[in-house]
Design a protein around this ligand. Structure first.
Ligand SMILES: [Zn+2]
Length: 267
């Protein structure tokens, strides 16, 4: 049988992108729910990356410079714990990360301020867009979805004197009918999704991310850092089957039901 040459995409090296939410203070009682990790756990994960010969860098650096031996670290929502806990931990380990902020919430209780975000940017952290008001983008008209992307980018550009280039969809919910060209026209180079799995340096602009959760066991973290494929991951399978339910219910109804269900089982 003749050998089939692998496509360029299959040959391209894999890279992982981790997705975090809140990082709660070390020793503090767990709060922030299912998707938060403690600072103790976060620092342990950074040490694990080092032990695996990997370093954490912003999504824009890993994807843009096609960094080998690096993992992209991202944080959603712009919590004040990103400044107070995640930022010093990253600095201590000589690593960077991308922070996706909701521009209407910057400086409001529980969220980082512009001054803090500026300090983070000056220290090498990447501050990018998580929309202006954190809506379910697929439930908005095209005009309103574009407005969310345009407004948040304009505000971050002005406040931090930069060219914002990445959008992360709130709740992993993509706006309907947007093509790669639409994101480009709105000024975004990278699109961070919540699809679970590894990425390849194949020119794709949509980035899959592995959710890091409070109850995630350490072996699972190592697998994600190394770029586990969904086919071998129970969680990936689980998320795919939930997507069917989500499509049937619509994203905001699904999210409400899911929150109630997680609370009922003590998460
Ligand atoms: Zn979010």
């Amino acid at each position: 049988m003749a050998d089939v040459a692998p496509s360029d995409a299959a040959r391209a090296a894999r890279w992982s992108c981790l997705m975090y939410h809140e990082v709660t203070p070390a020793g503090a009682a767990a709060r922030g729910g299912y998707f938060s990790v403690t600072r103790t756990e976060f620092e342990r994960q950074l040490r694990t990356l080092r032990a695996l010969g990997l370093r954490g860098e912003s999504l824009e650096r890993v994807a843009g410079e096609r960094l080998a031996d690096a993992v992209a670290i991202t944080f959603d929502d712009g919590h004040e714990t990103h400044y107070a806990e995640a930022f010093p931990a990253l600095l201590a380990h000589g690593m960077t990360a991308t922070f996706f902020v909701i521009t209407s919430r910057v400086g409001t209780p529980g969220y980082a301020t512009w001054e803090q975000l500026r300090e983070m940017a000056q220290a090498g952290m990447s501050i990018q867009s998580h929309t202006h008001s954190h809506p379910f983008l697929s439930e908005l008209s095209r005009e309103r979805a574009e407005e969310e992307l345009r407004t948040s980018k304009r505000i971050i550009d002005e406040r931090l004197g930069q060219r914002t280039m990445t959008i992360a969809f709130p709740n992993g919910d993509a706006p309907r009918g947007f093509t790669a060209r639409d994101f480009e026209r709105l000024g975004y180079r990278w699109v961070a999704t919540s699809a679970w799995g590894p990425n390849r340096f194949d020119g794709a602009r949509r980035v899959r991310r592995y959710t890091v959760r409070r109850d995630g066991d350490h072996a699972a973290f190592e697998r994600m850092a190394r770029g586990a494929s969904p086919a071998y991951a129970p969680e990936g399978v689980r998320l795919r089957s939930l997507n069917v339910l989500r499509a049937a219910l619509g994203p905001s109804r699904y999210a409400r039901i899911r929150r109630v269900a997680l609370r009922a089982i003590g998460r």
